[in-house]
Design a protein around this ligand. Sequence first.
Ligand code: 5GP
Ligand code: MN
Length: 328
Amino acid sequence: MLDLIKTKKHALIFSHQGPDGDSVGSSVSLSLYLTKIGINNKIIFPDHYPNFLSWMSGLENSLVATDNLQLVFDLYNKSDLIFCLDFNHRSRLGNDLNKIISNSNDKYVIVLDHHTNPENFGDFEIIDEKASSTSELVFNFIVSNGDLKLIDIPISEAIYAGLITDTGSFKYDSVSSSTHLVASKLKDVGLNHVEVHNKIFDQNSVSKINLLGYALQKIKIDSESSLAYLVLSEKELSKFNYKKGDSEGFVNFCLSIEGIENAAFLREDKELIKMSFRSKGKVKVNEFSRKYYGGGGHINAAGGAIKKSDLNKVINELIQNFRSFCSV
Ligand code: 5GP
Ligand code: MN
């Protein structure tokens, strides 16, 4: 693989819409690595990454497509190597980028991902549903090229950020002994894990903490489907000066309630209602989200969205959908 990659001149690294810790961490670590092995590259985010990740060294080599679509288009035309990280359906790029990337016959496309139901559009794909994170796959990719020695502190920080955000700091089922081994190797490099945890989880704005306090009091329960759910309207969010990423992790509070097996968080956006689903029982929330909300993800953590409409109606439908999904 390394020999093939080294024949390429201009790489682009695509992340999915609504970049999260793993898509940003995997993109940044791969970008820093490609630069080290002499491959010119740029990270393309479909839309803005949240502020709690903006400390990551290597992000300066990224572009946000919503701000620079023409530039992304020009770079795409020039590129001969495309990486798609943390997604395996081109629809996850959003309409504009999806159109651009669909015309990729003259480029070598590599997909590294850990989600289910791949579209299989790449020329070379490493899709490992059992992997904790795409960042773990990037680590393995670098090691399989014989380049462990090239992993320095910025690369280790980016990979570690992906590991902890996608595993709830090493507590989810997806964590394996290999995940811990990766963390161990990153520590050997000199990673300051305390600093990374602090930068990601402990730099909250007062308004975000106030929003959390408000949100926690709004959690409701549907006992019939063991579902705890939380809904925040655009108006409520703007009252707390909502910034992208401020509601990250809210859905986990729903799931932490005693006796609750499933959780849903609905966030009203400008045009969409974005949904997050979690489960700790046998309900496959990725299938639920795919069936009703055009989404997907992992068995225990998935997302989806629908066009904005009356929130109460959407909530009632969600509960009905969830009850009927659980009853089959
Ligand atoms: P979150 O709820 O944190 O946004 O996402 C949970 C998981 O589901 C992540 O792995 C994320 O990539 C995936 N996911 C979130 N939204 C969507 C979506 O609209 N479609 C698909 N296929 N996956 C999603
Ligand atoms: Mn991921």
